[in-house]
Design a protein around this ligand. Structure first.
Ligand SMILES: C[S@@+](CC[C@H](N)C(=O)[O-])C[C@H]1O[C@@H](n2cnc3c(N)ncnc32)[C@H](O)[C@@H]1O
Length: 247
């Protein structure tokens, strides 16, 4: 078992809430995003390294950090896409990590991906320890987002990429209202019905409370990250923020 627990038992953010939905999380993700969540994660993985700045080929491995790894979908996708990657997935929810560990064992990836309990605001890693880092559908749950982003910048080597994938209130005059209806009315009801848990109300509320894409990009800049691009997905209901740490 490669799940490391935090000795001080720190369970930041809403890790406890995710403990309750962990067994149904992957299935509900697929259903509620119409299967799009997988392609969004693939896009993140593809952009983890700038084509011209891939870590030097003479390195035996590249360390990559996936914060708020949950059930480890992104960590697994990174390990599959980059055979030289050694991935650390970190999350405060032991139940989510446990589902992730079962998947790693099935994929034969337990030697290249390790899972660790912890919170984004206090990453238990040295400065510049990772060639790249990311957080997918996680920063929304981090109580102190600026501190979480500062930590991602700190542990990533100078010039390395830091990627954030996150949902926000849908934009746009035509599709926006339909997407908003999906998030505000369909997701909480479908989530409650399929999972028997009221936690899917939180999903809608946390999306509504998340900053606009330009305000979030400004927060990334405040954390000393240079935002290179911001890709709207699904008619602007999610964004991939591609940034790099300052050299
Ligand atoms: C919606 S899930 C995303 C999981 C995964 N990254 C994915 O793409 O499916 C959000 C995750 O954020 C984690 N989380 C909550 N608070 C956190 C914190 N303070 N630091 C790091 N992760 C946190 C939760 O435990 C949960 O696993």
């Amino acid at each position: 078992m490669t799940i490391e627990t935090n000795p001080d038992g720190g369970r930041g953010g809403s890790g406890a809430m995710f403990d309750r939905i962990a067994p149904r999380y992957d299935l509900l993700n697929r259903i509620m995003s119409f299967g799009l969540d997988r392609s969004w994660r693939r896009l993140l993985v593809k952009n983890l390294f700038e084509a011209t700045r891939e870590p030097p080929s003479e390195r035996t491995h590249w360390d990559v950090l996936d914060v708020a790894t949950g059930t480890a979908d992104v960590a697994i996708a990174i390990a599959r896409a980059y055979p030289k990657a050694r991935v650390v997935g970190l999350d405060p929810s032991l139940e989510m990590l446990s589902v992730g560990h079962t998947k790693l064992a099935k994929e034969g990836l337990t030697r290249r991906v390790s899972l660790q309990e912890g919170s984004a605001e206090a990453l238990p890693f040295k400065d510049a320890e990772f060639a790249a880092s990311c957080i997918s559908f996680g920063i929304r749950n981090v109580p102190d987002r600026l501190q979480g982003l500062r930590e991602l910048a700190r542990v990533t080597e100078p010039g390395g990429r830091v990627l954030v994938l996150e949902l926000n209130e849908p934009e746009g005059r035509f599709i926006g209202p339909m997407a908003k209806f999906h998030v505000h009315h369909v997701v909480p009801r479908l989530g409650a019905w399929l999972s028997g848990a009221k936690e899917y109300r939180y999903l809608q509320e946390s999306i509504a409370a998340f900053p606009t894409p330009s305000a979030f990009a400004a927060l990334m800049e405040a954390a000393r990250l240079t935002v290179e691009s911001r890709l709207p997905l699904a008619f602007g209901s999610a964004h991939l923020y591609i940034a790099r740490t300052q050299d």
